[in-house]
Write a protein that binds this ligand. Structure first.
Ligand code: SAM
Length: 480
């Protein structure tokens, strides 16, 4: 559940368990171990996680040998709450302790007792040396990464930074994922090379504030733009993306890298959270709306075709109608490709929870949320309609949702599952726009030229003009 970091963590844990001799279960009933990787960024995410964990109570009663584990941010944030609310949990492990999971499972099996591993208890007790050892063990988890068949390799994630030091007043992440640490550049480059060798065409570098990446190597400073340059040089890598950037730390050299390094995609996810300086101040976001707008304008000047996405929180403590109107004006001004809007959710332990009341009524939060989404829908639709008739480069990722559903239905009926002429594929442009088009399975994993013929606010539709040559230089026949 949750963010891309969790997707990657789950992949790393699964890899670790495979190496320890486990295999993925075909269904819950045949599983010996079930691990739920949780998110705690909003109350709603925690409730969803608790409900999923609650569903395991019965299977655990039927099979007392079943090991139920909770990993991720909720495990780190509230182990006592978990024990109280879902006492059938055998294993609780925070995101900084995932390398211990195989040993923890064995311990549960041997002792029949609940086993807990949390970074917060370590850092309270542990010396600097212990913490550094702990960090090295986590690194080992990434270094031993070995994707297996069925893993999501075509578009892979690489963590470049752990934790977060920003302590925005609303955010729980620094408490659950610990202090910010940038990984060594060579390890990141080696990981990218390994993933490309195994079939990755696109790599996304992950960090909570990925552009603040900074590493000292042999006395030299490696900035985020330097890292982009090194990863972009990995032979065979078609596309390079990164999320999430922090506006306060964004520097022009990153726009230069986006303009000059062919694999780096012209897409920037830059969460602004609010269009009001007063709200940003209360959120402890260290930039102004003016600076944010300057960044967007500069990006559009320097990087042809760049698209922007952003995150917004509505109903943050004390947000007045006038402050909300400033957010509306910012969205109108910036014309993002898409936005993610969240209703403010008070998080225990954060500065906002301690100092300012969560005083905006749920109904107002809901109304503001819908208003921003409706507004963005109008902007996205107009943007997409302007692309009709244009040809775009798409990385074909797989079957569209509709085609996948139809194939699953065929499978359920026991019919032979095969590709039909009418099947639709889905992929993304360099600017992260979703494109659905008719095409065969041979195109999956390829860059394809698509002429856009239709649009909704969320999706573009088009026809294949040509399968673009992958870097090897070969070209596919025209399909449609
Ligand atoms: N580290 C990134 C940043 O701060 O720019 C994003 C991290 S967070 C996992 C993703 C988004 O969740 C944030 O950008 C914010 O919009 C939203 N979010 C975080 N804490 C929240 C809270 N307490 N209530 C509502 N939304 C929240």
């Amino acid at each position: 559940m949750g963010c891309q970091m969790n997707v990657l963590d789950s992949e790393l844990v699964a890899g670790q368990l495979r190496r320890a001799g486990y295999e993925p279960a075909v269904d819950m009933a045949s599983a010996d171990v079930v691990l739920i990787n949780t998110c705690s960024v909003r109350d709603h995410a925690e409730k969803k996680a608790l409900s999923r964990i609650g569903q395991l109570k019965k299977p655990k009663q039927v099979n007392p040998d079943l090991i139920v584990g909770v990993i991720g941010c909720l495990a780190e944030r509230d182990p006592e709450g978990l024990i109280a609310k879902v006492p059938h949990v055998d294993l609780i492990c925070g995101p900084g302790e995932l390398h211990k999971i195989p040993a923890m499972i064995e311990e549960v099996r041997a002792s029949r007792e609940r086993v807990i591993a949390l970074a917060s208890s370590q850092s309270r007790r542990g010396s600097l040396l212990e913490r550094s050892r702990q960090y090295d063990s986590l690194e080992a988890l990434e270094l031993s990464r070995e994707p297996a068949p069925g893993d999501r390799v075509l578009q892979s994630y690489i963590r470049v930074q752990r934790g977060c030091d920003k302590f925005c007043s609303f955010c729980v992440v620094p408490f659950t994922r610990g202090p910010e640490r940038s990984r060594a550049p060579q390890q990141i480059v080696d990981e990218a090379r390994m993933l490309v060798d195994r079939g990755a065409k696109e790599v996304t570098l992950l960090g909570q504030t990925v552009n603040s990446y900074l590493n000292q190597q042999n006395g030299r400073t490696v900035r985020f733009s330097d890292l982009l340059e090194r990863v972009a040089a990995v032979p065979g890598l078609e596309r390079l993306r990164f999320v999430t950037s922090y506006p306060g730390d964004f520097t022009e050299d990153i726009f230069q890298a986006m303009r000059d390094l062919p694999p780096v995609c012209e897409y920037l996810h830059l969460p602004v959270q609010s269009g009001s300086d007063a709200v940003l101040k209360r959120m402890k976001r260290v930039y102004t709306v003016g600076r944010f707008v300057e960044l967007i304008d500069r990006g559009r000047e320097m990087v042809p075709g760049i698209t922007f996405a952003s995150d917004f929180i509505v109903g943050f403590c004390g947000e007045t109608q006038a402050e909300f109107a400033e957010t509306v004006a910012l969205i109108e001004r910036c014309r993002f490709k898409n936005i993610f809007v969240f209703k403010y959710s008070e998080r225990p332990g954060t500065v906002a929870a301690k100092r300012v009341p969560d005083d905006i009524p749920a109904e107002v939060k809901r109304r503001r949320n819908s208003e921003l989404l409706a507004m963005q829908k109008r902007i996205s639709l107009a943007d997409h309609q302007a692309l009709i008739g244009r040809t775009v480069e798409v990385l074909a990722e797989g079957y569209s949702k509709a085609a996948t559903k139809a194939q699953q239905a065929e499978q359920a009926r026991g019919d032979e599952v095969g590709w039909r002429r009418s099947d639709q594929l889905v992929g993304r442009t360099r600017g992260d726009r979703i494109v659905v088009f008719t095409g065969g399975p041979e195109l999956i994993g390829r860059l394809v030229s698509i002429r856009i013929t239709g649009a909704t606010a969320l999706t573009l539709f088009g026809d294949v003009v040509q399968a673009v040559a992958p870097s090897a230089g070969e070209s596919l026949p025209i399909v449609a």
